[in-house]
Design a protein around this ligand. Structure first.
Ligand code: CA
Length: 224
């Protein structure tokens, strides 16, 4: 899952980015609203953590611009303790949730999980497809009850695919959601990881769940 963190206080920005990376999110972080607009113009995010009070372009302006062009990327606002008006305005213009500073990192993580669950149309962090079970909180995977060990990147790709089960995902789209800006690998890396995932998830199991859509990309679905 790829997250954009927009927070102008350098120490909080660095802390959030580091902690989120440790939680295995792929993180881009920036300090200004203008930079945020550049990131948003070039990449797709699964969720945006957006400070309201930013120098220059404010968090609310960024949010409004997103929603007015029909972009539904979930947004969690960070607001000041006395920022009631900001919170109301934020929710009114399409924020999914907000946190009041100072907040605990555990609460931020919990809110992010709720947002991601909601956007995937799931009631909890466990996704199933046929006999495949993916627990996005515990980071565990099994097929027919057999535990399957995945590397962190393999898990990220599977997580993205199962959250979007049934949808054909291009290589570019998958790589966009898994790797942040610092990564330079090219989209054929996705093919390599899909091969690993197939070996672990589909070999020896039926039905096959990872399908290639020629000329387009990959889809995780039960066919038959
Ligand atoms: Ca701020």
């Amino acid at each position: 899952m790829r997250i954009l963190v927009v927070e102008d206080e350098p120490s909080l920005n660095a802390l959030l980015a580091n902690k989120l990376r440790k939680e295995r999110y792929s993180v881009d972080a920036c300090l200004t609203g203008t930079d945020a607009q550049d990131y948003l113009a070039c990449a797709e995010y699964d969720v945006i953590v957006l400070d309201v009070m930013l120098p220059g372009v404010s968090g609310l302006e960024i949010l409004r611009a997103l929603r007015s062009r029909g972009d539904k990327t979930p947004v969690l606002l960070l607001t000041a303790k006395d920022g009631v008006q900001d919170r109301v305005a934020g929710l009114d213009c399409g924020a999914d949730d907000y946190l009041v500073k100072p907040f605990s990192f555990d609460e931020l993580l919990a809110r992010l999980r709720v947002i991601l669950r909601r956007s995937a149309g799931n009631v909890d962090d466990v996704f199933t497809l046929a006999d495949l079970k993916v627990d996005c909180r515990a980071h565990t995977v099994s097929r027919a009850g057999v535990p399957i060990a995945l590397s962190s990147k393999e898990f990220s790709i599977l997580e993205y695919m199962i959250r979007n089960r049934g949808a054909v995902l291009s290589r570019e789209r998958i790589s966009n959601h898994i790797w942040n800006y610092e990564y330079e690998g090219g989209s054929n890396v996705v093919d390599v990881y899909i091969r690993y995932l197939r070996r672990k998830l589909d070999d020896g199991f039926s039905p096959k769940l990872i399908h290639t859509v020629r000329g387009t990309g990959y889809v995780l679905r039960e066919e038959g």
